[in-house]
Design a protein around this ligand. Structure first.
Ligand code: GLC
Length: 487
């Protein structure tokens, strides 16, 4: 009896305590987060960025000891149960003679990308920059001896591209702990299945040792080395039932260390605990409308992040344009990944796609950058829902949109109607603005133009639609954008 009362009291006490810590985390976080309002707006205006996954995993590129290893290429150490001694030996082979930071920055710029985020350390624990915290890094452990993150930071600065780093804060198969996996009760199935820690060659270390002696120090190191970053892309946390893996206090400590050194630097929601400044959607997922204010979809050009020589499932230009338009019409950002090869070159197909997307952005970018979602998001047939990498890989993508499909974005008193197919006979018909339509009735159109041409445009509002004659001078194989200005 006595014992159970004591237990009850203890339980009550711990609940109260954790509620209190949670409350103070929430209050402090809110203050810091709110002070980033302008930075969030700026980030949202950038709209389109380049993600880069590059590391030791780019050498095996999906193959280990003659075997094709299924799964994401940058996860090869985990999927092939590679012991640290063997994985670490890859460093001696890392010599990307083709690497040219200037060229990468120009690729991003010409693709119309306004920011760039590169893996400073992925789950394998290898730092792609000159780290004083761990010798397992590109300068100290490879024949290359250069610091690609630093070179890229400088190149981005030169070309006016905002810079950020990806950092795997919880998972570290090199120096990390086992995430509680070895000690965990195997009946905790959620931990079993989803806690992706190194259990095949586990370290005898603790979470606190790893976090305090490596992760936190490296995050601070990156923030000191690279001032004025747009974001630190933390990845990722898993909300397990138990505190064995991670908890909200840990996420908050990471959040604060970013804030203390760079108060305007944003943090992705994958930091955990609901403490991100903006929401990172699932990989290759476009969230349902209206779910989030500031958000970003990380997406791939094929189905993997790090270079995988077997993955030839490249997205076509029209699909990529669909992602850009669909995401912008929902007010989000698109962070599109390139997985460079181990020699430092971009795969040829990635270069091709970046170029064609860039061409489209050059003409139509005004309808993307600095825009917000409008009251109405789409006109025409409903687009396929993008639910993530696996589904996209399984089902492929058919770009079966029609000339009658439009995506809307807005900037002040301007609405952009984006079409991804040419208009039949160059006559574009946007029904939303027909005079018999409630929206069409409520707005007073002042001016109509088509992006990419200075030729005056013939237009009229009929009962059914706003009819716009697309100038013959404009080449529109991948569609066009009508700019509609109101009073
Ligand atoms: C996932 C993967 C990772 C990749 C990331 C990109 O969380 O763990 O390999 O870096 O998504 O969004």
């Amino acid at each position: 009896m006595k014992k159970s009362i004591r237990t009850l009291f203890f339980l009550f006490f711990t609940v109260i305590c954790s509620a209190q810590t949670d409350e103070h985390i929430q209050t402090e976080w809110k203050q810091k987060h709110t002070s980033k309002a302008a930075a969030l707006e700026e980030f949202n205006d950038l709209k389109f960025g380049m993600f880069i996954h590059w590391g030791l995993y780019s050498i095996p590129a999906g193959e280990w000891k003659g075997q094709k290893i299924p799964g994401l290429a940058e996860w090869i150490m985990y999927h092939a149960f590679i012991p640290k001694s063997e994985y670490g030996a890859l460093a001696a082979q890392f010599n990307p003679v083709q690497f040219n930071a200037e060229q990468w920055a120009v690729f991003a710029k010409n693709a119309g990308m306004k920011y760039l985020v590169i893996t400073a350390k992925h789950h394998d624990g290898f730092a792609m920059y000159d780290s004083q915290v761990s010798g397992f890094n590109v300068v100290k452990a490879t024949p290359f001896k250069r610091d690609p993150i630093d070179e890229l930071y400088q190149a981005c600065k030169k070309h006016g591209i905002r810079f950020g780093v990806y950092y795997s804060h919880i998972i570290d198969w090199w120096d990390g702990w086992d995430g509680g996996m070895l000690a965990a009760d195997r009946k905790m199935t959620d931990m079993d299945k989803k806690n992706p820690m190194n259990t095949w060659d586990a370290n005898k270390t603790t979470r606190e040792t790893y976090i305090n002696n490596k992760a936190k120090l490296q995050v601070a190191e990156l923030l000191r080395k690279y001032p004025d970053m747009v974001q630190v892309w933390f990845d990722y946390w898993y909300e397990g039932k138990s505190d064995l893996y991670t908890n909200r206090q840990i996420s908050y400590d990471f959040y604060s260390s970013v804030y203390n050194l760079q108060p305007k630097c944003l943090v992705s929601s994958r930091i955990g605990g609901g403490l991100g400044d903006y929401a990172a959607a699932g990989d290759n997922e476009i969230p349902t409308e209206g779910r989030m204010t500031y958000w970003e979809t990380p997406g791939t050009l094929n189905n993997t992040w790090g270079y995988n020589k077997f993955d030839k499932d490249w997205k076509a230009t029209e699909e990529l344009l669909f992602w850009i338009a669909e995401i912008a019409s929902k007010g989000g950002n698109y962070l599109l990944n390139v997985g460079p090869k181990a020699d430092g070159s971009f795969p040829a197909e990635s270069v091709r796609q970046l170029e064609s997307v860039g061409k489209w952005m050059k003409t139509n970018g005004e309808a993307i950058y600095g825009t917000k979602k409008w009251a109405l998001r789409r006109e025409g047939s409903e687009a396929k829902k993008m639910k993530g990498t696996e589904e996209r890989e399984r089902e492929g993508f058919r770009a079966d949109f029609k000339p009658e499909d439009f995506w809307f974005t807005a900037k002040g008193k301007t609405v952009y109607a984006i079409a991804l197919k040419p208009a039949p006979n160059r006559l574009s018909r946007i029904r939303t603005f027909g005079q018999s339509n409630a929206t069409g009735k409520s707005v007073k159109i002042q001016k109509v133009s088509v992006l990419g041409t200075t030729s005056p445009v013939k237009w009229k509002q009929t009962a059914e639609a706003l009819e716009v004659q697309i100038p013959a001078s404009l080449n529109t194989p991948n569609g066009y954008t009508v700019k509609i200005e109101f009073d």
